[in-house]
Design a protein around this ligand. Structure first.
Ligand SMILES: Cc1ncc(C[n+]2csc(CCOP(=O)(O)OP(=O)(O)O)c2C)c(N)n1
Length: 806
């Protein structure tokens, strides 16, 4: 039988020459070269496996000890068998995988099937697993770099521990693709992050191997300690293992948990996966320089350089120190002394009550497995921290080379590593993302105002602050994954007269809620919250939805809350926030690209010079919305002007109190159609306009006015008064959960008596009261009922005409 076998060729036997050809020196054939491409092995006629670019260039210093990066497949007599859980040969699996490029992985559905593998087979499996992750993510997109960095660690943990009985908790859990592959989900991996498919994170509902769900960072040690405490209360013996990155461990919760671990002294195993990348991406210019945010990272680096990677011999010596009954040898004492010299005492982790093991080479199964076995078999009640050093993106050169280590990628071309983006034509370049529009606006303002400072919690790339940091490194602060600290740090800056822009995703600002209330709003400090990824976020799913900020901010007194409906509005709101100096303000805006010039002009009534965005934002009148589109019966001339209230609605001598009075009286006799008002806040505005156009196209039935509230606080009650007085139906639309804008409008309507007479039909369209899972943003809008056809349907239901087809 023909079968592929993977041979690991020592680097000394490899020649890398120009043109990306690789040659095996030891082989008899003079030319066993093959293109250095990450192609699928079985697509290669010779059966030779992938190789990539010039490794010697990538690893100049490690040229001579590059162990297993080069893999050659050749034909063999098939002596690599497949075995069932009891170690019996499994002919079925063999026949299935006889031509497979992942013959060992094909035999593994669950971790217990790993237990009979030899070290050699595990090494091969690690390669197959790495390849499988690259292959899958190249198609699905997702968190590639972190998953590649923990291939060996994942294998070693599942090999040594008895999951799911032993609880394995992944921090953030974006690195769990190899874990998913090994725990019964391989066949569904191509559904990753797709609507109805596998989640990109751990999820208790998805698998019993996902002991704890995550998505936000720094929770794993607390969860593991809780599980360990429950275990001890119940008199059980299983292990609880938290794997946390050097990013995750910068979050305050991790310290709170470690502090409690040392105090409770329960047997918890914490694996610190140290890959020198804290922020996304690390390397952004900030006031702290370009190295990973935080002093802890410097500290763990000192630990790394202070002692060589721990091998099993030194570990055995080392572990002996926690058995008090064992006599500690001189060597162990010397080792302790040496360590203290470098670290200035016991390690920080030891001071917190952990037994510190490390550093360990996280890509060496030969080191990892015995160390984990030793820790597993220690018969003591004490938390242990194993410090593992890994490389993010390991084994895929494009990822290794990239600044962001391919943290989160779209689908990509395996051969080149090129990310595949939606094609944009020359005539219609894709609109800039909201994050970029925000960053550019702030950069422009910061040129003139030296008091402007910007803060991110480990998300410089995502928030656009990498651009700001390039320009003003000393005014850009990356505080690590520490949203609570970011908010209060901004508050401190504000007390001293600086103008802090605290840029945090909606979902992560949840972490800093009390700080917003207690440290900022209560003291009326002018911190400007720039809330990116507000609304439904697509493939990251439920853990990352920015669905709640209008709700959780709306109930706080003394804060101005704005929501941008398009990129021009965002520019305006950034400068408006800058102008607010006596209290906090917040601007929410969504994930993704702006609506684009054409939509701005055709649907939202902007007249843009040179088909470009305005050069600068304009300060908005606080608490004032605008009417974007009026019912057709009143239409004369073009739509709304220059992003402000349609002037046709403003009486010539209009005072502020009749700002929205309409010149409609002469038309009122012509009322034949049902007047409807849609009051939108934020991102669904274009869908509201589409719904209005659609409704008006349904014969002569409706006239639909669409307004953009712009502000949730202060609420534009004058605009609401106007809409209520001139319409029979009022619908609010927002990309936020229950309790947000619609609730505030409803409250106003109730308190003002508008609902007493029964003349007004009012509905509030919000994200429904459930968690919306991963999928595309469009699929999520559909599920949430916020698409234009669903807005139109709401109207038709209210007038008793539910259409068969829209
Ligand atoms: C509370 C919170 N803030 C921000 C993020 C965004 N985020 C996801 S992964 C990540 C970096 C995590 O670094 P680390 O834990 O070291 O994992 P690595 O990706 O380096 O393996 C960040 C900042 C998050 N998930 N949770």
């Amino acid at each position: 039988m023909t079968q592929f076998v993977f041979l690991y060729v020592p680097v000394q036997n490899i020649s890398v020459i120009a043109n990306n050809k690789v040659f095996c020196k030891s082989c008899k054939h003079s030319r066993l070269g093959f293109p250095c491409k990450f192609t699928s092995p079985d697509s290669c006629s010779k059966g030779f496996l992938q190789f990539s670019k010039d490794w010697s260039a990538l690893y100049p210093r490690r040229k001579n000890n590059l162990k297993v990066n080069v893999v050659v497949a050749r034909k063999s007599d098939g002596n690599q068998g497949h075995y069932d859980q009891q170690g019996r040969r499994d002919a079925h699996k063999e026949s299935r995988s006889s031509n497979s490029v992942t013959p060992i992985l094909d035999t593994i559905s669950f971790p217990n099937e790993l237990k009979n593998l030899s070290m050699q087979e595990l090494l091969r499996l690690s390669h197959e697993l790495r390849w499988e992750v690259i292959r899958i993510v190249s198609k699905t997109g997702g968190h590639l770099g972190a998953s590649l960095g923990v291939i060996e660690l994942t294998l070693a943990i599942h090999y040594v521990f008895n999951t799911p009985e032993d609880r394995l908790i992944w921090d953030v859990s974006h690195q769990t693709y190899p874990h998913k592959i090994l725990t019964g989900r391989r066949s569904r991996m191509l559904t990753l992050r797709k609507y109805g498919g596998l989640s990109g994170f751990t999820k208790r509902a998805e698998s019993e191997y996902d002991a704890f769900g995550a998505g936000h960072s720094s929770t794993s040690i607390s969860a593991a300690l809780g599980m360990a405490t429950a275990r001890d209360l119940a008199g059980k013996r299983n292990h609880c293992i938290a794997v946390i990155g050097d990013g995750g461990i910068t979050g305050g919760m991790a310290y709170e948990a470690m502090n409690n671990c040392g105090y409770l002294n329960h047997r918890v195993i914490v694996i610190l996966n140290d890959n020198n990348q804290v922020s996304l991406p690390t390397g952004t210019k900030t006031a702290g320089g370009v190295s990973p945010a935080g002093a802890l990272s410097k500290y763990t680096n000192r630990l790394l350089s202070s002692s060589p990677f721990l091998n099993i011999r030194s570990l055995a010596k080392d572990l002996s120190r926690i058995f008090p009954q064992q006599v500690q040898g001189l060597a162990a004492k010397a080792d302790e002394y040496a360590r203290a010299l470098f670290t200035g005492g016991g390690t920080l982790f030891e001071e917190l009550g952990f037994y510190y093991v490390g550093p360990v080479d996280g890509h060496s199964l030969e080191d990892l497995i015995p160390i984990l076995e030793n820790v597993r078999d220690m018969n003591v009640n004490k938390p242990v921290l194993i410090h593992v050093k890994t490389e993010k993106g390991r084994g895929y050169p494009p990822a290794e080379k990239a600044l962001d280590k391919y943290h989160g990628v779209t689908s990509f071309d395996i051969e080149t590593g090129k990310l595949l983006k939606k094609q944009e034509t020359k005539s219609t370049p894709a609109p800039a993302s909201y994050s970029t529009v925000f960053a550019n606006t702030l950069i422009q303002e910061a040129e003139e105002d030296r008091k402007i400072v910007a803060i991110t919690a480990a998300m410089p790339g995502g928030t656009g602050l990498n651009l700001f940091g390039e320009k003003y490194p000393s005014r850009c602060f990356d505080v690590g994954i520490a949203e609570q600290h970011a908010v209060t740090f901004a508050a401190g800056l504000a007390t001293e007269g600086y103008k802090p822009f605290c840029c945090i995703y909606s979902t992560f600002l949840q972490r800093g809620y009390d700080q917003v209330v207690h440290d900022v709003a209560l003291q009326s400090l002018p911190v400007r919250f720039m809330i990116d990824r507000a609304g439904l976020v697509g493939d990251d799913g439920a853990t990352h939805q920015g669905s709640y900020d209008l709700t959780y901010l709306g109930c706080i007194p003394n804060i101005v809350i704005m929501a941008a409906s398009n990129e021009i509005e965002l520019m305006n709101m950034v400068v408006t926030a800058l102008s607010i100096e006596d209290r906090p303000s917040a601007v929410r805006y969504p994930r993704g690209a702006g609506v684009g010039i054409e939509t701005l002009q055709m649907k939202l009534g902007y007249q843009l010079e040179g088909q470009k965005l305005p050069a600068r934002g304009s300060v908005l009148k606080i608490g004032k919305g605008r009417i974007v589109r009026r019912g057709r019966y009143r239409e004369r001339g073009s739509g709304a002007q220059d992003g402000f209230i349609d002037r046709r609605l403003v009486r010539q001598n209009g005072s502020s109190s009749d700002h929205y009075s309409a010149e409609k009286d002469s038309n009122s006799a012509n009322y034949r159609r049902t007047p409807i008002a849609i009051l939108s806040i934020g991102t669904r505005l274009v869908s509201c306009v589409d719904a209005a156009i659609h409704l008006e196209s349904l014969g002569q039935q409706f006239e639909v006015t669409v307004a953009d509230a712009r502000f949730m606080k202060p609420l534009d009650t004058e605009l609401i008064d106007y809409l209520v007085k001139h319409n029979e139906i009022l619908i609010t639309v927002e990309e936020n959960s229950i309790g947000g804008f619609g609730s505030h409008v409803a409250h106003y309507l109730i308190q003002s008596g508008y609902l007493d007479s029964g003349n007004l039909k009012f509905r509030s369209m919000v994200i429904p009261d459930k968690f919306i899972e991963h999928g595309s943003q469009n699929e999520q809008y559909e599920e949430a009922g916020l698409q234009s056809h669903q807005i139109a349907t709401t109207v038709l239901r209210l007038v008793g005409k539910v259409p068969a087809v829209l």
